[in-house]
Design a protein around this ligand. Sequence first.
Ligand code: ADP
Ligand code: TRP
Length: 340
Amino acid sequence: MSKEVILTGIRSNGELTLGNYLGAIKPMVDLQKKHAGDKQLNLFVPDLHSFITPVDHGQLYQNTLDNLKVFTAAGLNLDQPDTLVYRQSYVPAHSELAWILNCFAYMGELSRMTQYKDKSDGQANVGVGIFDYPVLMAADIVLYDAAYVPVGEDQRQHLELARDLAQRINNKFGLPLLSEPLEWSKQLEFAASFGAGTRIRSLKHPDKKMSKSVSDPAGTILLTDSPEEAAKKVMSATTDSVGVIHLDWSNQPGVSNLLTIGSLLSGKDLAAEWDGKANYGDLKAVVAAEVQQFLTDLQTKLAAVTHQQVLAALERGEAAANKTANQKLEQVQRAVGLRP
Ligand code: ADP
Ligand code: TRP
């Protein structure tokens, strides 16, 4: 039996934040360590998805390589044999299967996607890409018979579409042509098992998540911020007037955010250590020092990662991904009557 496949997309849309690191990059690195030798990990860059919303096309190619360098600096082992890194556009079977799946997907189900509705609302010209990209995402998943697809809640409907399309194709053409990814509740259990899904909040507006897509420089720590500057942002983080430290996201989101950031970076349980204490300034100083040390280490490691390393891993990953994806595509092409 071949190994179960974990598959996830790393979007390459520019600068990464401490939120991206703690909520996506670090969990992915931990996941790789945890499942070494036991599961197959496909970490791919959905570069064809990149321009469903406007991007700087001049930066796109470079962003992909830069993001992979950050993953490498964060500890992702590019040489682990059961990890494949690849770019979607270097594996043409993704777009080809997406076309075939398109012909079995319904306008109705795609129109109901929340992301499509949100992102197209009020726009004069809505691109077809934003409407259709869940079908491409389904192709990304079913080409590799992926069971586990760690994604955030915002992608739940898209994952469910992949399950529906796989089922629809199997029912029409006979089993078992495409495997369905596991249902949402199992995906959540899996994500929780390696720490994905943690939400880091803005340091200035702790009721909102830290995001590179929103302009909030004082609330957002970029991985490229100077360590000193980042420490200053932590020192001036918004807290509350309760006066006592508790991990309590509803009433003390600022303090809870600091406790979470500090715990994840240090590996210690700061919530337990600081519970009941009163000195917010001391807590900030501890977290600021952790952030400063973390960025210093990460940036040093990043400077040592070469483009060559990343490109070599992509070349190996893309050769392997093309082989698997082409086999699956050919089975589908035969089933739908395109091949004898
Ligand atoms: P952003 O809001 O920064 O543009 P994306 O939507 O591109 O983030 O998300 C990229 C990845 O980073 C996803 O896996 C997402 O769950 C994770 N992520 C983004 N923001 C945060 C955050 N504030 N805390 C934890 N994880 C986050
Ligand atoms: N749509 C995902 C996002 O916006 C990225 C993505 C594309 C993806 N294809 C995928 C994630 C396949 C997991 C599996 O975050």
